[in-house]
Design a binder for this molecule. Structure first.
Ligand code: AHR
Length: 498
């Protein structure tokens, strides 16, 4: 079968906000303890941060990291995590039924962020707490000094404000599993009042309101419409969360999961713009897809974990080849929607549903999903370009008329490069592709990388960390301004041109 594509510099979707390559670290399982922080490990620095993990995170170029949760934040007292470590209380975390020692808190996490060249996206607790604790936290973090909480920060040894710009107004407040779960109206009112007060303390912050915690939530759409009706003027972004899983052992539908993401994003954009119209507002609300990933491998086994342990292994999904393909296509989907999706967080980053895994006391290694994230984050910066595409379609159990190919291109002005990302979702068909590149004036292919040819369930493990790695393919695929190549069935591909 054959497909035709063309790319043109004039076909711009948007400037990409680099924060689309964000990620997430929650006080959950071994993400923090025995993940990024393991004093006594041979690779730990003097503060207990694992240097091998720092290196792997740095390679991913993650510009922003959401912290400290997640469900965890909805029962979190931020005051427990600041000041001298010996005074910090141990608390029961009712989100994950563990014991939180608070050994790593605000200052330690900020120290670690500096090592990995990233910034904090800080979530406030709107579950068990509210506007008062949130505005005090903004004062503690961002006020220069001369007030109770800013002086407390200085007393804690941190003279300069953290200057945290991006704040999440709670987490998944639509979910009955959340501490302090609320109706859309209750949450919308609270988000509005909290946002107002936080911004009065620091007018330079940006605020993200909670949207739905997955597209199949029964409250989806009404939730967003109500929350935005209440809080439109005070917030800047609305969040989307969604996790994918091949629960039905139906790889064909699973590989088409980008369709759901696209549909979810477009629906939330429509709701934002509906509320905008209703309010006759000139302001545009953008999207923060601040939790997305594959999460299903450990859902059953995690139910057995004993309560109140400290940092037990949890949500340690081992990802396979089909998961990596889907993650690659979800990244393509985010880029195709980068006119409205300004931030996104791969959930999460280390050990907990993560591209990077560690053995306690042992190695750090890359999961299969590390690779599509790495290549897209490193080479997918600049302007997103729409790819014109003609290709065969197929039907599967979950979707009809699925285009076999999905694609987006990124133009980088400084480097004078165009990077083309292409996914072949078909499990059966290789596609002969001809891509017209005259509209970008490319004369050389400078990179051809693919994730292809592995068994769908092939995975990397600590002992065999390189079972699934990208292959580097020939670059002589460009002639007369056209790329001619075969895009293998079930593959994710990156082509770079100069
Ligand atoms: O990322 C794991 C969990 O998934 C988060 O704590 C929660 O926000 C979501 O349900």
């Amino acid at each position: 079968k054959k497909a035709n594509m063309s790319i043109d510099r004039m076909n711009k979707i948007s400037d990409i906000d680099d924060r689309i390559y964000g990620s997430f670290i929650e006080h959950l399982g071994r993400a923090v303890y025995n993940g990024i922080y393991e004093p006594g490990h041979p690779a730990a620095d003097e503060r207990g941060f694992r240097k091998d993990v720092i290196q792997l995170v740095k390679e991913l170029k993650v510009p922003i990291i959401r912290y400290p949760g997640g469900n965890f934040v909805s029962g979190f007292n931020w005051e427990d995590s600041v000041g001298p470590k010996e005074n910090r209380p141990k608390r029961l975390d009712l989100a994950w039924f563990t014991t939180e020692t608070n050994e790593v808190g605000m200052q330690e996490f900020d120290d670690w962020l500096k090592e990995v060249d990233s910034q904090m996206m800080l979530a406030v607790n709107l579950g068990t707490r509210g506007a008062d604790a949130a505005r005090n936290l903004v004062e503690y973090c961002n006020h220069k000094g001369g007030s109770y909480y800013s002086d407390l920060r200085i007393e804690h040894g941190r003279k300069d404000p953290y200057k945290i710009k991006t704040w999440c107004l709670g987490n998944e407040m639509d979910g009955p599993w959340q501490m302090g779960h609320k109706t859309a109206y209750e949450y919308g009112r609270l988000a509005n009042e909290t946002a107002k007060m936080m911004r009065w303390v620091d007018p330079d912050i940006e605020l993200v309101a909670c949207g739905s915690s997955k597209m199949v939530m029964p409250t989806f759409a009404d939730w967003e419409a109500t929350v935005l009706t209440e809080a439109y003027d005070e917030v800047d972004y609305i969040s989307l969360h969604n996790y994918w899983g091949n629960f039905d052992k139906d790889t064909e539908s699973y590989l088409a999961g980008g369709i759901l993401m696209d549909d979810f994003i477009k629906s939330v954009v429509a709701i934002c713009d509906y509320v905008k119209a209703k309010k006759r507002s000139r302001k545009k609300i953008n999207l923060s897809f601040d939790e997305w990933n594959v999460w299903y491998h450990t859902k059953e086994s995690d139910k057995q974990i004993e309560h109140w342990l400290q940092a037990p292994p949890r949500l340690e999904d081992i990802y396979n080849f089909e998961d990596a393909l889907l993650v690659g296509d979800l990244l393509i989907t985010l880029l195709k929607n980068s006119d409205r999706v300004k931030m996104a967080c791969l959930a999460q980053l280390v050990n907990v549903i993560a591209p990077i895994m560690t053995e306690t006391g042992g190695k750090a290694w890359k999961q299969t999903i590390y690779y599509p994230f790495y290549y897209t984050s490193v080479y997918g910066r600049g302007e997103a370009l729409r790819v014109s595409l003609e290709c065969p379609k197929f039907d599967c159990r979950q979707y009809t008329d699925v285009p076999m190919l999905d694609s987006v291109a990124v133009y980088n002005k400084e480097q004078e490069t165009v990077t083309l990302f292409v996914m072949n979702r078909s499990m059966e068909e290789d596609l002969e592709v001809c891509c017209d590149l005259r509209g970008i004036g490319a004369d050389r292919c400078i990179g051809n990388v693919a994730l292809e040819g592995y068994g769908f369930k092939a995975a990397n493990t600590a002992d065999c960390p390189e079972q699934v790695v990208p292959v580097h393919k020939p670059e002589n695929i460009l002639e007369d301004g056209h790329m001619r190549t075969v895009v293998s069935k079930a593959s994710w591909n990156m082509y770079r041109f100069h």
